[in-house]
Design a protein around this ligand. Structure first.
Ligand SMILES: NC(=O)c1ccc[n+]([C@@H]2O[C@H](COP(=O)([O-])OP(=O)(O)OC[C@H]3O[C@@H](n4cnc5c(N)ncnc54)[C@H](OP(=O)(O)O)[C@@H]3O)[C@@H](O)[C@H]2O)c1
Length: 315
């Protein structure tokens, strides 16, 4: 497994991590034993980065992940990244929310605490929650601070609030057909030594090749009504999938593995955190690391995906 440092920290994380939003009603892995098998497989195949959040299944994801790591005796060997939602960012709620995360995860420290999204409705000053997080680092309760879904202006101002710590990462949407993070966020990360945790790196499964324009299910999960799978958008996505398949055939790889490999190649700051609903999917996803497509193949995908224009105006 390839590893990359998380920002300026001493944490070496597998370049393919595991996203665990899937442990929730939103995605459907709501049976603990199923979740445990996914976590166990991830550890077996060399993943050491596990991404969760307080809001995933209202605590279900953290509870399942923490319990599985404890039962597998793996807590000390892995890096647990969780998140506080934008609504939990008053000073007292940063402390209370973190305490709840610790209880659900069954641990006394969190490796990476991320601000899930900036406060939108609550008017919390940026420095109020950043300073509270920094105090938690001083207490030894969290090891590093990360952001999620922050634009560069707020990355900058959030960082300026800290006196002893540096944020190590911003977690943002990044996949071959939704590449807006390349415009400002990834260059900022490169210039300032941050990592980018790429969420929805498989475009919620759209890049795996198992969905086709003629075989688009009526999703009953979080993807119901999703712009990515709207026929006008998905027709374009599918052109990229065809090329992913072609490239993959030359390397003995699946379209999803090629899609993740392309992201890993795009910038040294990138770590991908695909979600998985089965151990088999985890095993397949780690096959995105430890190889490289050729520059010509990379460029063909660059050009094909640049033509895709996902529109969110679908109603
Ligand atoms: N910070 C944020 O705001 C934010 C937002 C979203 C997600 N995230 C994080 O990012 C993680 C990943 O993002 P995501 O779950 O939105 O999307 P994703 O990783 O792009 O897609 C995950 C879905 O793709 C399908 N899949 C995965 N591996 C596969 C394989 N090998 N073969 C075929 N299908 C496969 C599975 O669904 P099916 O089998 O049902 O198709 C799986 O649930 C989440 O778990 C979460 O930790 C963070």
């Amino acid at each position: 497994m390839e590893f990359r440092y998380l920002g300026v920290s001493d944490l070496k994380v597998s370049v393919v991590g595991l996203g665990t939003w899937q442990f929730s009603e939103s995605w459907g892995v709501t049976n603990y034993e199923d979740a445990k098998k996914i976590v166990e497989k991830a550890i077996d195949v060399g993943i050491n980065l596990f991404d969760t959040a307080a809001v995933y299944g209202r605590g279900m994801s953290e509870t399942f992940l923490g319990r599985a790591l404890k039962e597998l005796g793996a807590r000390e060997d892995v890096i647990v990244a969780t998140k506080l939602p934008g609504e939990f960012l008053s000073r007292h709620d940063v402390f209370k929310g973190t305490k709840r995360c610790l209880e659900r995860l069954g641990t006394d420290y969190i490796d990476l605490m991320q601000v899930h999204w900036p406060p939108l409705w609550n008017n919390f000053p940026t420095c109020e929650y950043m300073r509270a997080l920094e105090e938690l680092v001083h207490q030894g309760v969290i090891r590093y601070i990360g952001l999620s879904d922050f634009p560069v202006e707020l990355m900058d101002s959030a960082w300026a609030c800290l006196s002893t710590e540096d944020p190590v990462s911003n977690q943002v949407r990044y996949n071959l057909v939704e590449r807006d993070a390349e415009k400002e966020i990834i260059p900022y990360a490169e210039a300032n030594g941050w990592s980018i945790l790429a969420w929805s790196p498989l475009a919620k499964g759209a890049l795996t090749g198992k969905y086709t324009p003629d075989n688009l299910p009526e999703f009953k999960d979080v993807r119901a009504g999703s712009a990515l799978f709207h026929p006008d958008n998905f027709r374009q996505v599918y052109e990229v999938v065809k090329l992913l398949r072609e490239v993959g055939e030359r390397h003995g790889k699946t379209p999803g593995q090629v899609a993740l490999n392309w992201l890993i190649m795009a910038s040294d700051t990138i770590v991908v955190i695909p979600g998985a609903k089965t151990p088999e999917q985890v095993e397949e996803n780690v096959g995105a690391a430890d190889w490289r497509m050729t520059f010509d193949e990379w460029l063909a995908l660059e050009e094909a995906s640049s033509k895709v224009r996902i529109s969110n105006v679908v109603w």
